[in-house]
Design a protein around this ligand. Structure first.
Ligand code: SAH
Ligand code: SF4
Ligand code: F3S
Length: 486
């Protein structure tokens, strides 16, 4: 799937649940220092680690990959559920052992947990020297120097403008074929359960010039797929006037106002061989213009991640999702009508939100039944301190019930994934090859436009190539097939 590395459901992406990178720096003394970065959470965080690496490289750091020999460790953290934070605290305890043997080791907490807990983290986790929020990465080199001088360093300033537009990310653990491009930061929605507006700040859109340049550059380097990333891509908007772009800078292909449908079209026009994906769409904001643009370009992938969260209108209202069950179903009908019945559709769900009754949970099940999603990310509700839900509602559904409801929807989704995948048997799909299959070097794997993973005998094919694959078999997670010779 295209977006998250959640703690409960692992994605089948070109990155694992945690991704690492090491960076080294030649000090004036001639002693080489090493920095190691580990990332958790959503794709935005992984994308940010690529920006952090770029900033550190510019400051003289090189790259390698062994945390035991690191002088500086950065952990780019996630706060979305309590379990995500617990995982990071456990990891800190592991690093504590290393620090005992090597007291000069510097440990930095980056990302959402840094933003949520700020300098409290320094008191709670003695091992931590540096706390840096998602909008303060440009300050990293000077914060590192501050720690070098024997102080603790904190910067959790949230910006209304920062998009790191001019920073060219260093691609980490890349397959050389698919890449993520961050098009916006922050979130202005106030879903009552969600910590993101507090950890990532206000929504802001990145300059389309820099997005197009990044995509063109990736294509020139052999990449064949880009995923445009944001918490709510449909509310992307950029205007020349607001951003003080002078006429002289202006590339004539870009209008003075750009919305998401236009941005999508501009990226799709770079080259028919560059596939374009995007994530995440919000049911309240996705427009027919986006769907029409998708339908008009073969290289815009026919796949939409449209998180519903619940199938019950009262619960959706408590969640402040600002749409009803009927509105959501209407959006699904528009997708099927405009993009096509085959369009891949996935969702996120939360079970056991405050006061959710058994009947309301059944509405989630019936919504799943009527849409038959290709895939879902599913979670038990986890109360997050400071969110509207934590202030207004009681987290009153026992964990046992939350888990029971979660298991029910996991089982249902797995049946639906199998059903949807079976519909592909005997069909031919255009697949972009991403590399060898996880199980064997004799098989390659890639994705269909609808975001299904396809495994097939390798033959003479190679990654980055498009092939037409006839699907012969499937599991609930994978399609298996063979390449059709032209
Ligand atoms: N911007 C995206 C989602 C970001 S968070 C959107 O609007 O859909 C990713 C997913 O984590 C959410 O869709 C939700 O299903 C889940 N999530 C967020 N907060 C949660 C919480 N407090 N407990 C459980 N799951 C949560
Ligand atoms: Fe969180 Fe809602 Fe924003 Fe998604 S849209 S990041 S769920 S507040
Ligand atoms: Fe992403 Fe987790 Fe932050 S989901 S935005 S890293 S809280």
């Amino acid at each position: 799937m295209i977006k998250y590395n959640w703690d409960t459901v692992k994605e089948e992406q070109n990155v694992g649940s945690c991704e690492t990178m090491q960076v080294t720096r030649e000090e004036a003394s001639g002693k080489e220092r090493k920095l190691y970065i580990e990332s958790y959470g959503c794709q935005m965080n992984f994308s940010d680690s690529e920006i952090v690496t770029s900033i550190m490289k510019k400051d003289g750091f090189g790259t390698t990959s062994q945390y035991e020999s690191a002088d500086v460790i950065f952990i780019n953290t996630c706060s979305i559920r309590e379990k995500a934070e617990q995982t990071i605290r456990k990891r800190l305890r592991q690093f504590n052992g290393i620090k005992k043997e090597k007291p000069e080791l510097m440990v930095g907490i980056l990302g959402c947990m840094a933003e949520r807990l700020k300098s409290k983290l320094l008191d709670e986790e003695k091992i931590v020297d540096l706390v840096v929020g998602p909008d303060a990465y440009r300050d990293l080199p000077s914060l590192v120097r501050k720690v070098d001088d024997g102080q603790k360093a904190v910067n959790t300033f949230l910006s209304r403008e920062e998009t790191y537009a001019d920073i060219s990310p260093v691609r980490l653990n890349s397959n050389g074929v698919t890449a993520f491009i961050s098009i916006m930061r922050g979130c202005d929605n106030m879903c009552s359960f969600c910590v993101v507006p507090y950890t990532r700040g206000r929504e802001r859109s990145r300059d389309p010039y820099s997005i197009l340049n990044e995509a063109r550059n990736l294509f020139a380097r052999g990449y064949r797929e880009v995923t445009l990333l944001g918490q709510n891509v449909d509310s992307y908007k950029w205007s020349e006037a607001e951003n003080n772009k002078s006429r002289l800078d202006r590339n004539l292909e870009i209008d003075s106002y750009v919305d998401f449908a236009q941005l999508l079209e501009m990226v799709a026009n770079i080259d028919p061989d560059l596939r374009v994906r995007f994530s995440t769409s919000h049911p309240k904001d996705i427009t027919d213009a986006v769907l029409i643009t998708m339908a008009g370009y073969e290289n815009i992938c026919k796949y939409i991640h449209l998180p519903a969260q619940s199938g019950n209108t009262r619960v959706l209202d408590l969640m402040n999702r600002t749409y009803t069950r009927e509105w959501y179903l209407d959006k699904i009908a528009s997708i099927r009508r405009i993009v096509g019945a085959d369009c891949g559709i996935s969702s996120d769900w939360i079970t056991g939100f405050c006061s959710e009754t058994e009947d309301e949970h059944k509405d989630t099940i019936s919504l799943m039944e009527s849409v038959k999603f290709d895939f879902s990310y599913m979670f038990a509700y986890s109360e997050r301190p400071g969110t509207p839900a934590s202030k207004k509602f009681k987290d009153d559904i026992p964990m046992e019930i939350k888990k029971q409801r979660l298991q029910e929807i996991i089982d249902l989704q797995s049946r639906h994934s199998m059903e949807r995948n079976s519909e592909d048997i005997n069909k031919v799909h255009k697949v972009l090859i991403e590399g060898y299959s996880k199980r064997s070097k004799e098989h390659l794997q890639g994705r269909t436009s609808t975001n299904k993973v396809v495994v097939f005998p390798a033959g003479d094919y190679h990654k980055g190539q498009y092939v037409h694959v006839k699907i012969n078999e499937c599991t609930s997670a994978t399609l298996l097939g063979e390449v059709m010779k032209a």
